[in-house]
Design a protein around this ligand. Structure first.
Ligand code: SF4
Length: 359
C-alpha cells in the first residue's frame, strides 16, 4: 500500500481513509517524513518556517461544561474563579503589546453569566485601543454558548462579532471530531457533537471569517476516530476553503478527571506520525503547525521535517495546559534559532500568514 500512497502523493492525488489508516498504524514513521515533506513543499515551496508573536489569554475560567479532559475550568463559586472586566483585559493586552505581541488568542470557559455585549465590546475595544493586535478570539463551543445565552443564532452571533472587528477564530473545542470519542470524554455530550463544531466553522467561513482547525489526540480515541476527524476537516475545507491551518497536539493529563482513564499518553513518535498523516490527508490545507509548546522544543523542531511549515506562536502567557501540569516557555530568539538549526529560514507572520519579518 505504501507504493500506491507514494505514487498518489507524487501525482498530487488524494489518499483514502483506508490509506490514512495504514499510514497511522503500519507504515514506518521514517517513511512518512519524505512523503509529508513533498506535500508541504507543494503548498509552501520556500524553505521558510513561520511563527507568530502571540499570547494566549483567558477572560474567564468559569465554565459549566465540566469536560473530563480539562484542568482549567472552575465552578462559579470556586475561590479561584475569575471573570475579567473589559478594562482588565485591555490592561493585559497593553502589556502584551509592549512585549511585541501582534496576535492575542483569547478563550474562556462557557459561562451563563456574560451577555453578548461583553464579547462584542472585547473585540471592539481591542480593535480601537490596540490596532496592532489581531484578535483571534472565541472557539466554537464559546460561540455556541453565546448563542444559547443570547438567544441568537450562531450566524447572528458571528455577524455581531464580525461587525465589531473579529476576522478569525481559533479551532479549539474540536478535540477529536468523532461522536464516539466525544461521548466518552465530554460531559457536554450530546450538545457538543461533531456537527456543533463544524456548524460554527462553516457559518464563520460563509460569513468571510478564516479559522484554524485543531486536534487534541492521545486519550480514548482509536485510529479510525483520527481519520474521521481528518475527513470532517478535509470535507469542510473542500466546501468552504475557510481554514487557514491545522494544529494537532497531544492531551495533557494532570489534574483532569479523564487522566485516570488514559492508560498511556502519546509520545513524540505518535506526534510525528500524526503530523505527517495530517499533512498527507489534509491535502487542501496550506499550513500545518508544529507545536514546540505542547510536544517540547526538540520534537517540535523534528516535526518541521514531518510536514510542518509553521512553528506556532510564542504564547507568552498560557494557562490552560499549565493547569494540566504542563509548563513551557520560549522567546523570539529561541524560536528563530530552533527554526534555523532545523535548516529553515525563520519568518514572523500574522494570523493570516502574511510575512511580517524575515530573520
Ligand atoms: S475545555 Fe473549555 S468547555 Fe470544557 S470544561 Fe474546559 S473550559 Fe469548559
Amino acid at each position: 500500500m505504501l507504493d500506491t500512497i507514494r505514487r498518489k502523493t507524487e501525482a498530487g492525488e488524494r489518499i483514502t481513509g483506508e490509506e490514512g489508516l495504514f499510514l497511522l498504524r503500519d507504515a514506518s514513521v521514517l517513511d512518512l517524513a519524505p512523503l509529508a515533506q513533498q506535500v508541504r513543499y507543494r503548498h509552501n515551496p520556500d524553505p521558510v518556517v513561520t511563527f507568530v508573536v502571540d499570547t494566549n489569554l483567558n477572560y474567564t475560567n468559569v465554565c459549566d461544561a465540566y469536560c473530563t479532559f480539562c484542568a482549567f475550568y472552575r465552578t462559579e463559586k470556586a475561590p479561584d474563579a475569575y471573570t475579567h472586566s473589559i478594562d482588565t483585559m485591555m490592561e493585559m493586552f497593553g502589556e502584551a503589546v509592549s512585549k511585541g505581541v501582534t496576535r492575542v488568542l483569547l478563550q474562556g470557559g462557557l459561562t451563563p453569566n456574560l451577555p453578548l455585549e461583553y464579547y462584542v465590546d472585547l473585540v471592539r475595544e481591542t480593535r480601537r485601543q490596540y490596532p496592532e493586535i489581531d484578535p483571534h478570539f472565541f472557539s466554537a463551543p464559546e460561540i455556541m454558548k453565546i448563542s444559547q445565552v443570547s438567544g441568537l443564532q450562531v450566524r447572528e452571533v458571528l455577524a455581531e462579532l464580525q461587525k465589531a472587528g473579529l476576522e478569525t477564530i481559533p479551532g479549539g473545542g474540536s478535540e477529536v471530531l468523532s461522536n464516539r470519542v466525544k461521548h466518552k470524554i465530554s460531559r457536554l455530550f450530546p450538545k457538543g457533537k461533531v456537527d456543533d463544531w463544524t456548524t460554527v466553522h462553516r457559518e464563520a467561513h460563509l460569513l468571510g471569517y478564516r479559522t484554524t482547525a485543531t486536534m487534541m489526540y492521545g486519550h480514548l480515541e482509536e485510529d479510525e476516530d483520527v481519520i474521521e476527524h481528518l475527513e470532517h476537516l478535509r470535507a469542510l475545507q473542500d466546501e468552504t476553503g475557510g481554514f487557514i491551518a491545522f494544529i494537532p497536539w497531544s492531551y495533557k493529563a494532570d489534574n483532569t478527571a479523564l487522566g485516570r482513564r488514559v492508560q498511556k499518553l502519546a509520545g513524540p513518535n505518535r506526534y510525528l506520525r500524526m503530523m505527517a498523516v495530517s499533512r498527507l490527508y489534509l491535502d487542501n490545507f496550506l499550513h500545518v503547525q508544529a507545536s514546540w509548546f505542547s510536544e517540547g522544543k526538540k520534537t517540535g523542531q523534528v516535526a518541521l521535517h514531518f510536514g510542518g511549515d509553521d512553528f506556532g506562536g510564542t504564547l507568552f502567557d498560557e494557562n490552560v495546559m499549565q493547569e494540566a501540569g504542563f509548563y513551557n516557555r520560549t522567546t523570539v530568539e529561541e524560536v528563530t534559532n530552533i527554526i534555523r538549526d532545523a535548516g529553515f529560514t525563520p519568518a514572523q507572520r500574522s494570523t493570516l500568514y502574511e510575512i511580517l519579518e524575515r530573520y
